[in-house]
Design a protein around this ligand. Sequence first.
Ligand code: AMP
Ligand code: ZN
Ligand code: FE
Ligand code: FE
Length: 281
Amino acid sequence: MKFADLHLHTQFSDGTFTPEELVLNAQKKGLACIALTDHDTVEGCARAAAACANVQMEFIPGAELTAEHADTEVHILGYFLDTQNAVLLERIGKFQADRQNRIHEMCAALNKLGVPLKAESVFALANCKSPGRPHVARTLVKEKLIGNLDEAFERFLKKGRPAWVPKTKMSALEGVQLIHQAGGLAVMAHPGLNRTDDIIPALVDAGLDGIECFHTKHSTVMSERYLEIAEKYNLLVTGGSDCHGFSKKAPLIGTVKLPYEHVERLKAAKKSADEKRSAAK
Ligand code: AMP
Ligand code: ZN
Ligand code: FE
Ligand code: FE
């Protein structure tokens, strides 16, 4: 049996692995195919693709877009993206700039609370265009301004806590369209995490291609529920570990094993979407 892990992060967003380390770990887990889905960026895809090619592993270039629908945050995974697509790069560039501004705002809020964290230190640690709260938390720990990452979120960074700053999000409908115009397939990420079932019909109307049925934080019951929803709306089925690299436990990569037949269906859908697009030209 061949398996895939289609939800992975690297240092190009808030993961700790380089693309090469990610591929090495995928190889150790015996995966046949991986997708890179960093938050609001495709920067790591070229290196991950090259590392995969070296070990004859199949690679799908992707991203995880931060979006919202009806005041609910929803993450949209894009697969088979053209990572050079000008519209995609321009649009996610704007969200990367907003993420950078947000780091300044979070640091200002921390400073007001008497925690002397500098935005420059966070940027130095993050060393990527798409920084987020995990980088703030890690810098706080590194500078011994707090005991550990959980404490950083609990005291300061969780929604509603004093240094929490909301993130600018595109609409979920725009996310789907942005992915499509970049040649990609749009998939709703970890629906069980955000309890966003009621927005699924609207996303389907907007052209959603698939739904992430298998995810680290989905129970078996949840996965079964989303498999039924996939069938009901004729959506593709995906799955992935959402590995962010090293943590207190072993890296998550490969702990969610998507049977390869789903990758074959994704590839068939990509091919037919491409054919439709070129026929429409
Ligand atoms: P951001 O995109 O900057 O809002 O950060 C979101 C990321 O922070 C998520 O992908 C999680 O990995 C991480 N995160 C969110 N809440 C917590 C928490 N309570 N403890 C640890 N990490 C968290
Ligand atoms: Zn993340
Ligand atoms: Fe997510
Ligand atoms: Fe993720």
